[in-house]
Design a protein. Structure first.
Length: 225
């Protein structure tokens, strides 16, 4: 009986050796690939967390610099943020904050550059949309109406339709294109929620152009045509 068991074990061992000889290398490489992928995934997650933590710390520095009004420091910190953490949301938020500071501090070129960077580099469509809208406003203030209008072309995320239409109406009004401006304001008026203050502002703009939205006066009649 013992010899029989020994023979069975020897046969199984021989089969195992044969199997390993035939498939051992493939199994080994497959295990190496799996373990390497797992290690790479862990390292990537660690790197992502590390990047996020460092970017958050630098964003805090941007905020403190803005609160203190230290423009030179804002320049340095924001430049560092763009260089090291351009792909993070903290970089996009820093760009919007820096642009607002520059605009308030009377540095429109720096503000436009910061907003242009966010509009171009951000992977988040929402941040891109905000940057384009604000950049269009700065260009409009600088009398670059064609440049302002170009910022509002293309696709915008859902929820920005009313803001884009309103800003487009402002630019068209300054260009003297009243009919198209009214069309954009009416589009914005319909898109805004009824009780929002912004909708009332659009109504004021329409009234100024001779359109009474409350009585649904046609555009041609409102313009005296």
């Amino acid at each position: 009986m013992a010899n029989h068991l020994d023979l069975e074990e020897q046969e199984q061992l021989d089969q195992l050796k044969h199997f390993w000889k035939q498939y051992g290398n493939a199994i080994t490489w497959a295990l190496i690939a799996v373990l390497s992928a797992f290690a790479a995934w862990n390292f990537y997650n660690y790197w992502q967390r590390s990047q996020a933590n460092q970017a958050a710390a630098l964003f805090d520095e941007v905020e403190r610099s803005i609160q203190s009004g230290d423009t030179a420091k804002i320049d340095r910190v924001f430049s560092d943020m763009k260089e090291r953490f351009a792909s993070t949301t903290y970089a996009q938020q820093s760009g919007l904050l820096a642009a607002r500071h520059y605009a308030t501090a009377g540095k429109p070129d720096e503000a436009k550059a910061a907003l242009g960077w966010v509009a171009e580099k951000s992977a988040d469509a929402g941040y891109q949309a905000v940057a384009k809208l604000r950049l269009a406003g700065l260009l409009m203030d600088a009398k670059d109406l064609d440049g302002a209008l170009s910022q509002l072309g293309g696709a915008f995320p859902t929820g920005f339709e009313a803001l884009v239409a309103d800003r487009t109406g402002d630019i068209l009004t300054l260009q003297g294109n009243t009919a198209k401006a009214i069309e954009q304001y009416q589009k914005a008026y319909k898109a805004f929620e009824p009780r929002t203050e912004y909708r009332r502002l659009v109504e004021v703009k329409l009234n100024a152009l001779g359109v009474d939205v409350q009585s649904n006066t046609p555009v041609d009649a409102a313009q005296g045509k």
